[in-house]
Design a protein around this ligand. Structure first.
Ligand SMILES: Nc1ncnc2c1ncn2[C@@H]1O[C@H](COP(=O)(O)OP(=O)(O)O)[C@@H](O)[C@H]1O
Ligand SMILES: [Mg+2]
Length: 149
């Protein structure tokens, strides 16, 4: 297993989107990007920036109610929000694993619901945190890429 970690602080949603967009070229095709962090921490902002960096021209919105949005970028982009999914079983029963592992890049909000996906061959684990002692617009982002051999 090879892993690499990087960290970034951002001070606005624009900065988070820009940072995520800059990572796009470094994420290999067929990766799953797992976003961890509470409500309002910026997972969707990160997803918007990453999708834009992957060449998605459409306006990206949160798939909170539909669970899945699909976009055509330079590669297919599958964007999940698993808030309404209970666990890995429910994820499997809905046929989501097949979609998540299709060609392209899969971005998953509320990855806490299916930590099993962390064992996927190429997983990019993104954690976004606020800091109570800091400005409301402050976010700390850590990105861990894990390649299994
Ligand atoms: N540095 C920042 N990065 C990302 N979002 C930020 C930042 N500062 C403020 N925000 C705000 O926080 C909210 C994040 O919302 P969203 O991305 O939908 O969160 P989540 O998907 O994690 O629930 C937005 O209202 C955004 O404008
Ligand atoms: Mg969201």
């Amino acid at each position: 297993m090879i892993s690499a970690e990087r960290r970034q602080e951002t001070f606005s949603p624009e900065e988070t989107r820009e940072y995520a967009g800059g990572l796009a070229s470094q994420i290999s095709e067929n990766s799953v990007v797992l976003l961890f962090g509470g409500i309002g921490c910026g997972k969707t902002e990160f997803a918007k920036g990453l999708a834009a960096g992957l060449g998605v021209k459409e306006y990206v919105t949160s798939p909170t109610f539909t669970i899945l949005h699909e976009y055509a970028g330079n590669v297919p982009v599958h964007h999940f929000d698993l808030y309404r999914i209970k666990d890995y079983n429910e994820f499997l029963e809905n046929g989501f694993l097949e979609i998540a592992t299709e060609t392209g890049i899969t971005i998953i909000e509320w990855a806490e619901r299916v930590p099993e996906l962390m064992s996927y061959p190429t997983a990019v684990i993104v954690k976004i945190d606020k800091d109570n002692g800091k400005d409301d617009n402050y976010r700390r982002i850590s990105v861990n890429t894990i390649w299994k051999e």
